[in-house]
Design a binder for this molecule. Structure first.
Ligand SMILES: [Zn+2]
Length: 192
């Protein structure tokens, strides 16, 4: 399994199961490869698709409680814990396909880091979330799980562009990822 979870949230179990199914399906990679380009990267969707498909990276999903109760952040990835993806416990009461979207999004960051941990090859640090690899690839996963017509993927992805969903917040300082304050306040003891 590319993504593991040992916790007790049923909706996370389902979302992780779906995420693995997506990551092992040919269709997922074919859809990514058909895209023309992503922002914030020099790599083509074809190349990024290959990197994700061929990676041997296994990660474990963890949940956390943000100190700031009203955090809008759904999850995050940090380089200091390269084999973990973190989900905000307060944001688990939504469709599991949306949780899968966040998991795939964070997994794209983890794969990027695993591929070359000295640079961000395909993130969303160029002032826009739109049409970046983590957001678009996460959205593709959600569309697939919802059973939407994949032929209409372009218009579905456009609908997503108009939602300001924050899967994770990152700031750029040169090439390194620094996290916004609310994310830095996570208490380790509350991570399970
Ligand atoms: Zn992100």
């Amino acid at each position: 399994m590319k993504i593991n979870y040992r916790g007790n949230y049923e909706q996370v179990k389902t979302a992780v199961e779906d995420a693995n199914e997506i990551l092992y399906s040919k269709e997922f990679y074919e859809i990514i490869k058909q895209l023309k380009s992503f922002k914030c990267t020099k790599k083509t969707p074809f190349e990024i698709s290959e990197i994700i498909e061929k990676t041997d990276l296994e990660v474990e999903v963890k949940t956390y409680k943000p100190k700031w109760r009203y955090s809008r952040v759904l999850g995050y990835f940090v380089r200091s814990k390269p084999r973990n993806l973190f989900l905000n416990k307060r944001k688990l009461y939504r469709n599991t396909s949306s949780i899968t979207n966040t998991i795939i999004h964070e997994y794209v960051h983890a794969v990027d880091n695993h591929y070359d941990n000295t640079v961000i090859d395909f993130g969303h640090n160029c002032g826009t979330f739109k049409n970046t690899a983590p957001y678009t690839i996460g959205n593709i996963a959600e569309v697939m799980i919802d059973g939407n017509n994949i032929e209409k993927i372009d218009s579905r992805l456009e609908e997503f562009q108009n939602l300001e969903t924050i899967h994770c917040l990152t700031n750029t300082t040169g090439n390194s990822i620094t996290y916004l304050e609310e994310d830095l306040l996570i208490e380790d003891s509350r991570i399970d």
